[in-house]
Design a binder for this molecule. Structure first.
Ligand SMILES: C[S@@+](CC[C@H](N)C(=O)[O-])C[C@H]1O[C@@H](n2cnc3c(N)ncnc32)[C@H](O)[C@@H]1O
Length: 269
């Protein structure tokens, strides 16, 4: 297996997505309360843009695959909105926790431990393929997207969310502030600096691959799809260190479509 994929497994086997923070204190890992609190804090505190931008009801009565489901937070939401859900992930711990998440909620999912570069499902099988925050962590992103295309039915929808290259978080917080002003670019190199975005990664001993994408580049990669539109989301003034506090909170919603940390492609096969 490619070294970057082993790094991804090391990262997320050790630090399951969403599984840290004071708000989880006292909750038993794997309990329903634990998963519910992770989901609440995702949609209300850390990523309130998600229920606004992602239509979790879009696959009601349809078959949906999530690529890189993590602990299953979004996949469970799609299921509760009435989708027939399937998921793949490369990390054993995420596979285990997502299975548990569905069990404690009494929901059904078909989950496979599987690499997105070779999706273990037939062609033309899914109405919707969803992937959030995953395919920028793998060296073969283009191949993974062609796999997503293969398993989608004609007219099927790909919802693909990746880190946005021209975001305030990438340009100001990581590159300028942490990279240049604090010296981490020289100390860790660009690859190491970017790895530190992920919880628990120090950019030296734990160094998951982290790439960013622009709209033009993504449009080229998605050229086989018949229609593509983009959204950019997830901006807070804290993404601009020091001077960001001068931006009124009310202005964040105007800046979000330009400077947000995620670019989300909605692509129809
Ligand atoms: C940052 S987490 C995001 C998880 C989930 N989508 C979420 O938003 O909480 C990245 C996920 O991608 C998975 N992943 C990374 N590379 C992968 C690959 N090549 N194939 C399948 N899953 C992969 C990791 O195991 C991890 O679960």
């Amino acid at each position: 297996m490619h070294l970057s994929k082993l790094e991804a497994q090391k990262q997320w086997n050790t630090n399951p997505c969403g599984g840290v923070g004071d708000h989880l204190a006292g909750l038993e890992v794997g309990s329903r309360a634990y998963f519910d609190e992770i989901r609440r804090s995702r949609y209300e505190d850390s990523d309130p843009w998600m229920p606004r931008v992602i239509d979790f009801g879009c696959a009601r009565g349809k078959r949906l695959l999530e690529i890189g489901h993590g602990i299953g937070t979004d996949l469970l939401t799609f299921a509760e909105y009435g989708a027939e859900v399937y998921g793949i992930d490369i990390t054993e711990e995420h596979h285990r926790l997502a299975t548990r998440n569905f069990d404690v909620h009494g929901q059904r999912a078909v989950l496979k431990l599987c690499d997105s570069a070779a999706i273990d499902f037939p062609a033309n099988y899914f109405d919707v393929v969803y992937s959030h925050g995953v395919l920028h962590h793998t060296p073969d992103t283009v191949r993974c997207i062609s796999e997503a295309y293969r398993v989608l039915k004609p007219d099927g929808l790909l919802i693909l969310s990746l880190y946005y290259r021209y975001s305030a978080f990438h340009l100001f917080s990581k590159l300028l502030y942490q990279g240049v002003l604090k010296g981490d670019l020289r100390r860790l190199g660009y690859r190491g600096l970017m790895a530190t975005i992920e919880y628990g990664a120090d950019g030296i001993t734990v160094k998951p691959l982290v790439k960013t994408y622009g709209r033009h580049q993504l449009r080229d990669i998605l050229a086989d799809f018949s229609q593509v539109r983009f959204a950019v989301a997830h901006f807070t003034r804290e993404h601009i260190p020091r001077i960001g506090r001068l931006i009124p909170r009310a202005a964040e919603k105007w800046l979000e479509p330009h400077l947000g940390w995620y670019v989300i492609a909605f692509a129809t096969k």
